[in-house]
Design a protein around this ligand. Sequence first.
Ligand SMILES: Cc1ncc(COP(=O)(O)O)c(C=O)c1O
Length: 370
Amino acid sequence: MKVADRLKDVELSLIRQINALATPLSVNLGIGEPNLAPDGHFRELAERAAQVPWQYTPNAGTLSLRKRLCEGTLFDPKTEVCVTAGTQEALFAVFTAYVEPGDEVLVPNPGFLSYATLAKIHGAEVVTYDLDPPDWRIDIQALRKRVTPKTKLIIVNSPSNPLGSVADAPTLDAVAALGPLVVSDEVYREIWYDAPPPTMLGRGANVVTLNGLSKSHGMTGLRLGWMHAQADVMKPIITAHQYIATCASAFSQGLAELIFDDAEWNRTWLAAMRAQFAAQREAALYAIRHELEIELEPPAGAFYAFAAVPACDSISFAKTLATDAAVLVIPGLAFGTRGQGFIRISYAAPVEQITAGIERIGRWLRAAGI
Ligand SMILES: Cc1ncc(COP(=O)(O)O)c(C=O)c1O
């Protein structure tokens, strides 16, 4: 059976290749999902959410949840927000609505690998804009030079996977002012350390912001995301979403609404979640400093440390660590060419595992004389 050309260059992701090398003894610092477990109250909310009607909801989501998502914004719940099956589906819907062969899509390098893959699936050319260590800032002058009449989408991801970096408000305004449609992936926005990351919400008529509950509430498997955009921009996206997912899970929408309704519990949950990641970030930075002798700029958001390693090829290095040191990390190259020489260490793991995993990397490097 001939596979459609659109999947021709889509390979098994490096992340899955590394995960395939896991054994029961491996320490997994490769994971991209939060180590959060629902507390008793959260489970009660889920039980209550199961009482919602199990039928289809409106394509864009229940109006009551859409109203919640628009509270405190100028967005119209009827036409300017759409609830999706996770941020990933939101991305797919935006690409389906707007990207076609001949278009260029600007993606961060290093950046979340879905962006480039979705551009390829939709026949567009991937154009990267570089982010450079140590702070991985978006260089607006350099980005502007990459915009051409063919640029259909610019993707921004703050806080970033895999970098943990956060873009400041002037930078986000400058990106919005570049002109083309901007997709701002803010799925890690609730996971921050010193200050809440700025949002692109409301920064321009050409901006689509994406968010979801996967990372902030440990709900990766429940597939609940949403996007905001002005009505004219949103209309074709909702059409695409209708043919991808029909609607997000009615149960997950009900749960999301209960979470937002219980503002006090939600505040407590988010504060505890941030405290947990702060402790895990501390452990990761300490071990990276002492075991790998690397001084990292502390990630301002998300739960990833992107560390330079003294090895020429980050893929073989990560594979060797998986097989010889029983620790899983993701080679930086999985996130684009600028990731060469780096590994992504996820600290979405218990402190003991973070410490043990990074110790194993340090021990392996010393044994190898590197
Ligand atoms: C930057 C980024 N965007 C989007 C997603 C997809 O998240 P969701 O579970 O909401 O589809 C991920 C998941 O790893 C991510 O890292």
